[in-house]
Design a protein around this ligand. Sequence first.
Ligand SMILES: Nc1ncnc2c1ncn2[C@@H]1O[C@H](COP(=O)(O)OP(=O)(O)OP(=O)(O)O)[C@@H](O)[C@H]1O
Ligand SMILES: [Mg+2]
Length: 433
Amino acid sequence: MTDILTSRPRLKGREIFSAFVCDDQSADQVRATCQALNWPIDRVHKGGLKNAVQTLSVSSSPSILFIDLSDTTHPLQDINALAEVCEPGTMVIAGGQMNDVRLYRDLLASGIQDYILKPFNPEQLRDSFSHAQTILSAPKQGDGDDIPRSQIGVVGVRGGVGASTIATALAWTFAEHERRTTAFFDLDAHFGTAALALDLDPGRGLADAIDNPARIDGLFLERALVKGSEKLSILGAEVSISTPILTDGTAFHLLQEELRSSFECTVSDMPRDLVILHPHLLNEVQTLLLVAEPSLACARDTFRLLTWLKAQAPHVHPLVILNKQTSAAATEVSQSDFEKSIEQKVDVTLPEDAKTVRQSAKLGKAVTDAGKSSKLGAALLALAHQLANEAGAPKAHQGTNRSNGMDLSEMFQKLTGWGKAKGTSEKASYADG
Ligand SMILES: Nc1ncnc2c1ncn2[C@@H]1O[C@H](COP(=O)(O)OP(=O)(O)OP(=O)(O)O)[C@@H](O)[C@H]1O
Ligand SMILES: [Mg+2]
């Protein structure tokens, strides 16, 4: 039986969040914020500081705790009682109706992370909660080699499904929100879009590496990388389409090894044909995002790729991403038919969102940057957070979206608002034989 707790996001083994609020309106607002951040909404309890002290004296504390101080007339004194029952490292955010700058300062001095005035404003709640999360996820000084490395591959099961859009968003978010040093490796040397999407010049680094793999080392890599920001580096090319790419995959593999030793996260945008031709390129990949659209051909090819992965790269944990999802009636294949065809659940559903991708293209920014409050942006922010925090965890390839102990599918349906499509078309099965 699945332990219900394992399907919740956790930070270093603790429940990420709990809240104790005094009134229904505030509880609803905190729940809505939790939902947007993919935090459990069932951890929002009724009752303020007093109930929190009682509850936490007999249960473990979350990483982030939100407390409504409206039920106390002496917040500073009573907060000390909370300190006694909270486990060390708990980050406390308080809310209340006292608009008093002195109280605010005293609360911060007593170790409270933030104080939010009632009535709560959703944006303030969200900013404050995500800021706390960013602080908690940031590598601490002295963490050194304990920092888990994330190696994520992204493959479109067919052309134009949005694989590069997703890879760009993940790489940017790992660097800018999760604050991990990140390499975004675009292995599509002819037609790659990593640099284009971020309004950068890809340079000649990757082209030189392919021409002369013997030169690849740390120093070479440093020169080949293009800086996207303090923590984001890009390795790609725009090789002339009249110049064939002649490689047995060695250059790509050597570059992957160098990137792994230099960066906390690597996101590789991998053309499907290249991966099939050189399966050893998956040796450096822990989690592979198979990006598909709700179409018949994508269902067939997702199934074929999942089967191929089990045989060729059993160490890889595949995540099936169904991108460009619209209402059930508007898709070629419903989600339920898609899932029947691939014989497993879709892990993540992302909505069709022309407005956000247009804005992202116009600004030369990742969709998580240009459209962070859109459903598409929010879902990708949540996915990046999930992947960054799972880094290094052993994965079993079981061909199910519960193989990592989390129901990502449910989580993303909640977040994007797309329910499971109730399709009626015939089941299409592509099982060999
Ligand atoms: N969720 C989405 N909603 C709307 N449009 C999208 C979405 N995701 C991607 N797109 C658009 O789909 C097009 C193809 O996206 P992208 O280049 O990322 O696909 P790809 O799978 O990498 O393609 P290729 O096979 O050429 O590498 C782009 O115009 C992109 O803006
Ligand atoms: Mg692409």
